[in-house]
Design a protein around this ligand. Structure first.
Ligand code: NAP
Length: 248
């Protein structure tokens, strides 16, 4: 299938985990993909792996999404090197988990700056291009924690709940140009982020998931490719939970 032939996609946080799986899935269906992550090494390696399967489909860009000016410059470079972007996936995210009592200002700022301001920065930077494209898509990777909260994650849940509100407002602002904007709320997915959890926590989480397992990165990637496709043109401002039934 080449649902994204002649389209350019930007995937932030694509150096590993969910973002890399999304970038791979978009490349598999014909998109040219800008693989963005914080470190050059990580996005370089991810792009190399994607190109090994789909030659010439991926290019790496090491940029901190929290840096407003750097993201503006990134948009210019990507447009020059790959062409006009019509798919933007805001996936870059970090955690700095600790109880609010112990949380430092820096823990709050790092998480909000990356997870929420990062999406503001990229949407601002690519907005004009997206508005000119046919069937442009913005997909923000939120989290079930933005819907239900979690002790020890006040910063993370605030950032993801904010991202959901941002998604709905962007959807309303850009609907007139047929740009859709949706959020995906992953549950617990096997990546470096969840590998950090102690086994006792993983077991407790699995007990709360009706489908009784963590999800895989490909589960999020297939939801993204659907929302990015032309078939999803009448869906905007929605939050799709991909969580094994955890938050139904
Ligand atoms: P991950 O394995 O920790 O990978 C995170 C990626 O984001 C890395 O490539 C990292 O870059 C990049 N990144 C972090 N800060 C960045 C910044 N300031 N600028 C640019 N790139 C940055 O995470 P993941 O588990 O795949 O999660 C991806 C997204 O899904 C996140 O938004 C996360 O909140 C969300 N999510 C994950 C789960 C889960 O269970 N895993 C559940 C719900 C939601 P480097 O490689 O350079 O470090």
């Amino acid at each position: 299938m080449s649902r994204f032939a002649n389209q350019v996609a930007v995937v932030t946080g694509a150096g590993r985990g969910i973002g890399q799986a999304i970038a791979l899935a978009l490349a598999a269906e014909g998109a040219k993909v800008a693989v963005v992550s914080r470190s050059e090494a990580s996005c370089g390696k991810a792009a190399e792996e994607i190109n090994a399967s789909y030659p010439g489909s991926a290019k790496a860009y090491g940029v901190d999404v929290a840096d407003h000016e750097a993201v503006q410059a990134l948009a210019k470079i990507i447009t020059e090197e790959l062409g006009s972007v019509s798919i933007l996936i805001n996936n870059a995210g970090v955690t700095r988990d600790t109880l609010l009592m112990r949380m430092k200002e820096e823990d709050w700022d790092t998480v909000l700056d990356t997870n929420l301001k990062g999406a503001f920065n990229t949407v601002k930077a690519f907005m004009r291009t997206l508005m000119k494209a046919d069937n442009a898509r913005i997909i923000n990777i939120a989290s079930v924690i933005g819907l239900i909260g979690n002790a020890g994650q006040t910063n993370y849940s605030a950032s993801k709940a904010g991202l959901i509100g941002f998604t709905k407002s962007v959807a309303r602002e850009l609907a007139g140009r047929q740009v859709t904007c949706n959020a995906i709320a992953p549950g617990f997915i096997t990546t470096d982020m969840t590998d950090e959890l102690p086994d006792s926590v993983k077991e407790a989480v699995i007990n709360k998931i009706p489908l009784a397992s963590f999800g895989e990165t490909a589960d999020i990637a297939s939801a993204v490719t659907f929302l990015a496709s032309k078939e999803a043109h009448y869906i905007t401002g929605q939050v799709l939970a991909v969580d094994g039934g955890m938050t139904m």
